[in-house]
Design a protein around this ligand. Structure first.
Ligand SMILES: *Cc1c(COP(=O)(O)O)cnc(C)c1O
Length: 448
């Protein structure tokens, strides 16, 4: 009972010198909890004496844990370049430094420096996109999901949008074409079957309430076997003949041809632009390799209509996004593709990957049994579904841990790996040069 009487009072406890300089509000809140727990423990006979130093240290531990940043860096050793769970595309440091300069200073975000009057937020990327893709006009929103929503809402509210049943995509659960369509106010007109859709299916479905013919990139699946789909070129032609809008949600969208013959099945934005489409949209942080954004390019009169939609105000991007995006697009214009980390990882040679793998092998071979192997990985991010690309990995053969045990231990050190055939693989396609030393340190920690 006397122990209960000696429980410190919160008011007095928080004046402890150790808490000087820390947030009194937060220290008080945590102290109340720690002291309440202490009371419980005493009532349950769990402790026999009160040590104020232990209480202080418990408060500090909680304070540190609450104020530690939740968002942390990890090493992506999965080999998946556009890993949605790990932040998708990496942003070039130089682009970010540029953005820091813009964001920490006043800037001409919506100011025309020549005319001395209000300018347009989107103007900063239009010229670059025109030069890059040959589009008439362009606009940028928060992400590609917003782009899809905005386009449907602008042109197809209470009107029909014709989509093939083979393209009613779900991406990551929260983006499903039929549901986005409903939310936007558009009416989905499904045509064809899962495996086959023909040009006449589009033609037959057109009625006076049709607004648009839409194609959706099959981002995370492929349909094999007895199949046929209508090329976007033909969809553009049918739309043109019927005075309708054609729109391709490209999902990822890439500007330059992909390696490993991937472009045969996945035509680039430039290839698609040759068909003179009404509207295209794609993500900023998939294969384009920039910041999270949704980019819409197409006919000027249509982009003008989108600009008049009130929704745009809710989906608009910040100066930081625009600055980074402008810088990435400039890298394409200047053909400085090595400045785009996603492309650098995609185009890196197997020899370079092998060199990196050998560097790590030399550093850890004495503490853990491993070997450099050839492997295959995926680009990820719904870019080229089911298409494997070659890579090089360090395969961990050590018996000390089972694969899932080791995976967990490495993960606790923010090293994310892949398990194949009960073995841990460190895939070098996504491991950065400056991470090799860090990985060696983590292995030293885990194996010693
Ligand atoms: C990824 C993707 C989207 C969504 O793009 P976000 O930039 O993630 O919003 C929409 N449509 C398709 C076909 C996609 O692949």
């Amino acid at each position: 009972m006397s122990l209960l009487k000696s429980i410190p009072k919160v008011d007095k406890f928080i004046t402890n010198k150790t808490f000087e300089g820390l947030s009194t509000t937060l220290i008080t809140k945590i102290s109340k909890e720690v002291i309440a727990n202490l009371r419980e423990d005493i009532l349950n006979n769990k402790i026999q004496n009160i040590d104020e130093n232990i209480l202080v240290s418990n408060v500090l531990k909680e304070y540190d844990s609450i104020t530690a940043p939740s968002l942390q860096t990890v090493i992506n050793a999965t080999g998946i370049i556009i890993h949605t769970n790990l932040g998708r595309s990496l942003i070039n440091k130089k682009s970010l430094e540029k953005a820091i300069e813009i964001a920490t200073s006043y800037n001409n975000l919506e100011y025309d420096l020549i005319e001395g009057k209000r300018g347009e937020r989107y103007s900063h990327i239009v010229k670059t996109l025109q030069n890059l893709t040959g589009c008439e006009d362009a606009i940028v929103v928060n992400n590609n999901a917003s782009a899809v929503f905005l386009i449907l809402n602008t042109f197809a509210k209470n009107k029909e949008v014709i989509v093939s049943r083979g393209e009613l995509v779900e991406i990551g659960g929260s983006f499903r074409v039929p549901e986005v369509m409903t939310q936007s106010g558009a009416i989905l007109k499904e045509i064809g079957t899962t495996n086959k859709t023909h040009a006449r299916d589009y033609e037959d479905a057109i009625c006076e309430n049709t607004a648009m013919l839409m194609k959706v990139h099959k981002s995370n699946y492929s349909i094999e076997g007895f199949t046929s789909e209508v090329d976007f070129e033909e969809i553009v032609n049918i739309s043109f003949k019927n005075n309708l809008i054609d729109y391709y949600d490209m999902g990822s969208g890439h500007i330059i041809d992909l390696p490993f013959n991937l472009s045969q099945k996945e035509p680039s934005i430039l290839e698609i632009m040759k068909y003179n489409p009404s509207l295209l949209s794609f993500s900023g942080d998939k294969l384009l390799g920039s910041v999270q954004a949704g980019i819409i390019i197409g006919k000027k009169e249509l982009i003008e209509k989108i600009k008049k939609n009130q929704l745009l105000r809710m989906l608009r991007v910040d100066k930081i996004t625009l600055s980074i995006l402008e810088d990435t697009l400039n890298s394409y214009l200047k053909n400085e593709l090595n400045d785009i980390p996603t492309l650098k990882m995609l185009f890196i040679s197997l020899e370079t990957l092998e060199q990196k793998a050998n560097t790590l092998f030399e550093k850890i071979k004495d503490i853990c049994k491993c070997e450099v192997i050839k492997t295959q990985t995926l680009i990820g991010g719904g870019t080229t579904p089911n298409k494997k690309i070659p890579s090089i990995a360090l395969c961990i053969n050590d018996e000390k841990y089972k694969a899932n045990q080791l995976e967990k231990l490495l993960r606790k050190n923010n090293l994310i790996t892949r398990i194949e055939n009960e073995k841990i693989l460190l895939d070098f396609r996504t491991i950065q040069e400056n991470e090799i030393e860090k990985i060696a340190d983590i292995f030293n920690k885990v194996f010693n």
